[in-house]
Design a protein around this ligand. Structure first.
Ligand code: NAD
Length: 511
């Protein structure tokens, strides 16, 4: 089933204006200049003036001034600000979700889910604001106490990708705020309106709370604006989410100035389907993880590694489900697959399918462009499945589109080796009823990824766990667990209350 109609530019722009205005964004201040394109119809929603790279320095100066104030506010009180922000996000959940759909093309339920994730991470951060624990350790010296204390780090620069235009910023922001940091955010140039709405909502919470307004700022622009953040010595932590090529440019430059970076980069995520797997469950998990968000999640399932005893049955069931996916206007009720972000994504998908065919692959379903008459400037595709005899070259790279490779295996060790034999290391899963296989996959000899799931797909992580991946995914961890430690600096304190001055390791330095 495919939605036949696509809203007009006038309708989409009116939706954007109304949502922005309700979030408190001054529409007259948006200015002219860059067109902000909606992937829903490929046409401009509005125009916007971009910031100049030179304005980043001024924003960082303000952020440093605000830091000197904000770091002195007790952490639980900083948590109270985040609590208020969460409440305002709840009030504006629909507006923000609309903007996410308009700019990133997400279906309504996923866009609302993304905003829910913002609220969830705020809840987590509020609790965390009373739990920024340091350890105490036994000192080897009598009359001494040894302990760790955690302190606000400074200014956090956030660079984010188009496909999670608001949630990734909130993972950084909610945690950084309770940690006592200030932030300057450069959102994707493809999704600046969602960012302006977030900024406006947070500004309201900051004003109500009496916090300095420059605790959080946004700068709008492309890679050169991001680069200015990357290179600036005032940025204590640079948190960058995006493609691996972006990370390769950004990481070394931050390291060059001995700054701290947190990189959340591309994935190439696999699911192993074992002979004992519940295939109904596996099909549901795979279809959501592979075709959901039109294949444009970092955790999107890109490879199914299926046992040769189930691969035919599984592929047939997946092809059937793919044939029934409702594709079209992401704002329309019932749509499950919205548009690709832009032509470049479509071109990459076509190129990858062609390469796979040349490497021995068989296109099972999908790949065709849809709705060209209704929206000639937008890029809707049927998610595709390609069966390959082996993990060929095309499979090793992340093609950011709904393109699923299906590969065979015969022994679990072979399946795990295939799972790990790609440069990326973000998410992975196994569908099995065999506990030994499940435990092996989750063990140190199993998946080498940052996310290792059993009997669910690769996408849809909860905020309670640390999120991120290894190898070309960059090694960063954001969101829950102890990811907050990246946003603080640690001091080890030795307190001497003995009246003597014994030296560690028995060193004698008497004069
Ligand atoms: P992208 O790399 O094109 O852009 C991401 C951001 O980096 C944008 O804000 C962009 O302006 C900025 N940027 C690009 N080059 C830069 C440079 N040299 N210096 C500073 N900033 C620069 O990515 P995208 O197309 O927006 O997003 C899709 C990619 O992001 C995919 O590879 C996806 O897997 C990845 N992603 C990863 C995660 C994760 O948590 N691991 C989450 C979301 C997306």
């Amino acid at each position: 089933m495919t939605t036949r109609t696509i809203p007009s530019s006038t309708e989409l722009s009116a939706l954007a204006d109304a949502a922005l205005a309700r979030c408190g964004v001054d529409l007259d201040a948006l200015g002219g200049g860059a067109s902000i394109i909606s992937p829903i119809n490929g046409q401009a929603l509005t125009t916007l003036t971009w910031d100049d790279a030179s304005e980043v320095g001024a924003a960082l100066d303000r952020a440093e001034d605000a830091f000197r104030v904000w770091r002195r506010v007790p952490a639980p009180e900083r948590g109270a600000l985040v609590k208020r922000f969460a409440a305002l996000l709840g009030t504006h959940q629909k507006d923000l979700a609309t903007l996410v759909s308009l700019e990133a093309g997400k279906i309504t339920s996923e866009a609302r889910g993304e905003v829910q994730e913002m609220i969830d991470i705020c809840d987590f951060a509020v609790g965390l604001s009373r739990q920024l624990y340091g350890r105490t350790m036994p000192s080897e010296r009598p009359g001494h106490r040894l302990m760790e204390t955690w302190h606000p780090l400074g200014v956090v620069g956030v660079i984010s990708a188009f496909n999670f235009p608001v949630a990734v910023w909130s993972w950084n922001t909610a945690i950084a705020l309770v940690c006592g940091d200030t932030l300057v955010w450069k959102p994707s140039e493809l999704t600046p309106l969602s960012a302006l709405a977030c900024q406006s909502i947070l500004a309201q919470a900051l004003a109500e709370h009496g916090a300095p307004e420059s605790v959080s700022q946004v700068v709008i622009g492309g890679a050169e604006v991001g680069q200015a953040l990357v290179d600036h010595p005032s940025v204590a932590l640079l948190s960058a989410t995006g493609s691996t090529p972006m990370g390769r440019r950004v990481g070394p430059r931050v390291a060059q100035r001995l700054g701290r970076s947190l990189l959340e980069l591309g994935g190439n995520n696999a699911a192993i389907v074992a002979p004992s797997a519940d295939l109904d469950l596996a099909v549901r998990g795979i279809v959501f993880a592979a075709a959901g968000t039109a294949g444009q999640r970092c955790t999107t399932l890109r490879r199914v590694i299926a046992h040769s005893s189930v691969i035919d049955d599984l592929t047939a069931r997946l092809a059937d489900a793919y044939g029934r996916l409702p594709i079209g206007d992401p704002l329309a009720q019932g749509t499950l697959v919205g548009p690709l972000i832009r032509q470049r994504a479509h071109d990459a998908m076509v190129t990858a399918i062609d390469q796979a065919r040349a490497e021995g692959g068989e296109l099972i379903v999908g790949g065709e462009r849809l709705l060209q008459d209704a929206a000639p400037e937008a890029f809707y595709v049927r998610p595709a499945i390609v069966r390959l005899p082996a993990q060929t070259e095309v499979v090793l790279r992340e093609t950011f589109a709904p393109l699923l490779w299906v590969l065979p295996y015969d022994h679990i060790d072979e399946a795990i080796a295939l799972n790990n034999a790609v440069p990326q290391g973000l998410s992975s899963s196994i569908f099995t009823a065999d506990q030994r296989e499940a435990e092996l996959f989750a063990s140190s000899e199993g998946s080498d990824c940052g996310i290792v799931n059993v009997n669910i797909g690769t996408s849809g992580a909860e905020i309670g766990g640390a999120f991120g991946g290894e190898k070309d995914t960059g090694g960063g961890r954001e969101s829950g667990s102890d990811a907050w430690k990246a946003y603080m600096r640690r001091a080890t304190n030795t307190i001497n209350f003995s009246g003597e001055l014994p030296l560690a390791q028995g060193v004698d330095f008497s004069v």
